[in-house]
Ligand binder design. Structure first.
Ligand code: MN
Length: 232
C-alpha cells in the first residue's frame, strides 16, 4: 500500500493508573436512561432496554482539558457517567464472558448540545449533531479491573463552579457494566480501546464559558475540565 497523502489522525491516548503504558481510544459507544434512583425500573420483570449511541473517538480529551464552548448551541449540558474501557475483543458474548472483556473504568462526561438533540428528536432526525464536536468526551485516568474489580456501588457526582448539579450512586444502574458490554456486543464487534458510556444520574444544568467542572466517582477517580470561549 502506498503512503497516505496526509498523516492519519492518531488515536487519543488516556493514562492508566499504575501503568506506564496508555489506553488508545478506538470507538466511543454509549447507552441512555440507565439510572433508577427509586428502584422501580430495576424491579420490573423486564427491565426497559436502553438506547445505544456513538460519539467521535477523535474528540475524547483527558482530565485537565480546556474545552471550547461548542458551535451552534445555546443549551450545552454535561452528563457525568461511569465509563467502561474495553481491553479484549467482545462479539456476541454472554453477560458472564463480557465481564472479562472489561479492562477498567473511568469517570467520563457525555457533553451534549441539548437543544440540537431535542430539535433532532422532534423531527426524527439522527441525533449525532448533539454529540459530535471537539472536546465532547472528557475522560479521567483509567483504573484497572485487576486493581478495583467491577464497581457496583459508589457515589457519582458532578459539581459546576463548586455547586453540586448531578448526584447518584452506581447501585442505581438498571443495566450493569458487564450487561451493557454484552448488549453492545450483540450489534458491534467491540475491540480493545473501545469506551462505553453507562448513562447519567439525575440533574441538569446549562454550561457557559468559564465554568469549572469537577466530576467524581467513589473508588474510580476524578475528572476536571474548564469550558472556555464564546458562544458561536
Ligand atoms: Mn449520556
Amino acid at each position: 500500500m502506498s503512503a497516505p497523502i496526509f498523516d492519519p489522525i492518531a488515536p487519543v491516548r488516556i493514562p492508566i493508573k499504575g501503568e506506564e503504558s496508555s489506553f488508545a481510544v478506538a470507538n466511543v459507544y454509549g447507552i441512555t436512561r440507565n439510572y433508577d434512583p427509586d428502584g422501580t425500573l430495576r424491579a420490573l420483570p423486564e427491565r426497559p432496554a436502553p438506547a445505544i449511541f456513538t460519539k467521535s473517538a477523535q474528540w475524547v480529551v483527558g482530565s485537565g482539558a480546556i474545552i471550547p464552548y461548542p458551535a451552534a448551541t445555546e443549551r450545552f449540558e454535561p452528563e457525568i457517567e461511569l465509563m467502561i474501557a474495553i481491553g479484549a475483543p467482545a462479539y456476541q458474548m454472554s453477560d458472564e464472558a463480557a465481564a472479562a472483556a472489561i479492562y477498567g473504568y473511568a469517570v467520563g462526561l457525555d457533553l451534549t448540545r441539548r437543544d440540537l438533540q431535542h430539535a433532532a428528536r422532534e423531527k426524527r432526525d439522527p441525533l449525532d449533531i448533539a454529540k459530535w464536536f471537539p472536546g465532547a468526551t472528557p475522560l479521567s485516568t483509567i483504573v484497572r479491573t485487576t486493581d478495583i474489580n467491577h464497581p457496583n456501588h459508589g457515589a457519582i457526582t458532578l459539581d459546576v463552579n463548586g455547586v453540586r448539579v448531578q448526584e447518584g450512586n452506581l447501585d442505581q444502574l438498571i443495566w450493569k457494566p458487564h450487561e451493557i458490554v454484552a448488549l453492545l456486543s450483540r450489534f458491534f464487534p467491540l475491540v480493545p480501546g473501545d469506551i462505553i458510556f453507562t448513562g447519567t444520574p439525575p440533574g441538569e444544568v446549562a454550561l457557559k464559558s468559564g465554568d469549572i467542572l469537577h466530576g467524581e466517582i467513589d473508588g474510580i477517580g476524578v475528572l476536571d475540565i474548564t469550558i472556555e470561549g464564546a458562544q458561536k
